[in-house]
Design a protein around this ligand. Sequence first.
Ligand SMILES: [Zn+2]
Length: 120
Amino acid sequence: MSNHLELNAEQLASLNQALDDLEQELLSLLSATESGAKPVKLKDNQGRLSRMDELHNQSILVANRNVAENRLKAVRRAKKRFAEDIYGYCDECDEPVAYQRLLAYPDASRCIECQSEVER
Ligand SMILES: [Zn+2]
């Protein structure tokens, strides 16, 4: 991290901490929802409507878990970039990503300009 020109040691340390926190948060969310993602069993005395409710709730839960899993992958990629001393630079244009953006999204791999290109 010694040759990192854009972020100082203090900023890098707090972003590193933010990545760790985010990883822990996602891991606990995933483990807390693990049992809910298993196939819904048909219970005795269960009406069709309540079963449909349950399936619907489960599909939301599964979708949320997918989002969390993808975010976790992004966080781990960011941690890898950290280890390789390339954290904080845009994947697309190699320009430094703004510190304010990294504070909001420590796993961001693109600068705001490139990200808006992708999302267009
Ligand atoms: Zn860029």
